[in-house]
Ligand binder design. Structure first.
Ligand code: GLY
Length: 426
């Protein structure tokens, strides 16, 4: 099989790494990929958001399957473009990807289906939104309706913070046109977990659970980031909770998408808050999480391409999802200043020494090669140092031992991944 992975972060490196183990794989391509992915396959130039261009490339190379990492091309309709050209792609159509592309679509669907979630209201008018928060005593999450590069969720504990959040999203459009509509949700408290499922149109098959550490600093302090680390399993997500979420979240949503909109085929990621009143849905994503993919994929025993083909062919009822016992932990090494402004082109050392440790995989996120071939930083989340172990504690120990081999100027990372509890999010 000739397979293309679209994207360039550590999630896509993890996808490429897992796919590279397939016995039927003949060629692996990555667009645009990164230096870690270059060790597994051929890098192709191109922009994932240029969905027609990616399809033209897939047709020219005679690819058997294209796997899309980020949400942008999916929400834009890359699956629809591929389908029109008779090309196979793993990921939902634009209609199904609304589950991530429009928070108001999702909230309205969930309310109608009775899926547990926070109390919320949708606003298209900034004055009405300001008036609502002025009379609302509870902390809220102000969420821009559309995609905002992971930045469009503002937590406000006081009325003036909520007013400022509405102002920046709706009036100043700091997150672009995606903010002309906002969803204002009551902030939930509890423990946040990520439940990802493969969905074949009619069925959802949950993957091993994961937990993302979103804040920049130890103890869940500091600004929100794209994720400073992850662990799998999420200890609080018991088999009983997984069964409950299957019934209260995945089953009704998958059925409604099939019957009323467009069958969802791909990975559906439910961001859940485990509250005193039971699990509640915070958000859906329509792709693997980053950094969740880095800890979920190493725990799958079976073949990812086989699973993806079962999704496309609607036969998830006939697959056996084999999961490695034990745990996996990933620690993100970030550039100085991240998630604010940060420098690039900082020389990185020690990746090979870290990767040589048994049970360790170093996924590249924001890296590049300098003209002399040396590895340098090229983004905020530079590397995801990932380790498997018999327990979360053992996996964390090994991940930190591996991370100690790596250095670049100003390197920062959390020291409590899988050693502390991520707190409330939004
Ligand atoms: N880990 C959060 C996300 O992938 O959106």
């Amino acid at each position: 099989m000739k397979v293309l992975v679209v994207g360039s972060g550590a999630r896509e490196h993890a996808l490429a790494w897992k796919i590279a183990g397939n016995r039927r794989l003949t060629r692996l391509y990555c667009l645009p990929g990164n230096p870690g992915m270059a060790e597994l396959g051929e890098l192709l130039p191109g922009d994932p958001e240029d969905i027609e261009g990616v399809a033209t490339m897939a047709a020219r190379l005679g690819l058997d399957l294209t796997v899309v990492g980020p949400e942008g091309p999916l929400v834009k309709g890359i699956a629809d473009v591929f389908a029109r050209r008779g090309l196979r792609l793993f990921g939902p159509t634009a209609a199904a990807a609304q589950l991530e592309g429009s928070k108001s679509f999702t909230r309205e669907l969930l309310a109608r289906l009775g899926v547990p979630g926070p109390a919320h209201k949708v606003f298209d008018d900034a004055a009405e939104a300001r008036e609502y928060v002025a009379g609302h005593a509870r902390p809220v999450a102000v969420k821009v309706d559309g995609l905002a590069a992971g930045k469009g969720v503002l937590i406000a504990r006081e009325v003036d913070e909520a007013q400022a959040a509405v102002q920046s999203c709706m009036s100043q459009q700091m997150y672009g046109p995606a903010g002309s509509r906002v969803v204002i949700e009551d902030l939930l408290s509890g423990e946040e977990v990520s439940a990802l499922a493969l969905v074949d149109g009619r069925r959802a098959l949950q993957l091993p659970s994961a937990q993302d550490y979103k804040r920049a600093l130890d103890g869940d302090r500091g600004p929100n980031t794209g994720g400073m680390g992850a662990c799998s399993p999420a200890p609080a997500y018991t088999a009983e909770l997984a069964a409950e979420v299957q019934t209260t979240v995945f089953a009704p949503v998958v059925r409604a998408m099939y019957e009323e909109f467009d069958a969802f085929r791909g990975v559906l990621y439910a961001g859940l808050m485990l509250t005193a009143d039971g699990p509640m849905l915070l958000e859906f994503n329509v792709r693997f999480g980053d950094p969740e993919a880095q800890v979920i994929l190493p725990r799958l025993e079976g073949d990812l391409l086989d699973l993806m083909e079962a999704v496309l062919e609607g036969r998830l009822d006939r697959v056996n999802l084999a999961v490695r016992p034990g745990a996996c932990v990933s620690v993100v090494l970030a550039a100085p200043g991240y998630p604010g402004e940060y420098p690039r082109h900082l020389p990185i050392t020690g990746v090979n020494r870290a990767s040589a440790l048994p049970g360790v995989i170093v996924f590249h996120g924001g890296t590049a090669r300098d003209p002399a071939g040396g590895l340098v930083t090229a983004g905020g989340r530079v590397l995801a140092v990932t380790a498997r172990g018999d327990t979360l504690a053992a996996a964390a120990e090994l991940a930190y031992e591996a991370a100690a081999h790596i250095s670049f100027p100003g390197m920062q990372f959390r020291r409590d991944i899988a050693r502390g509890t991520p707190g409330e999010g939004g």
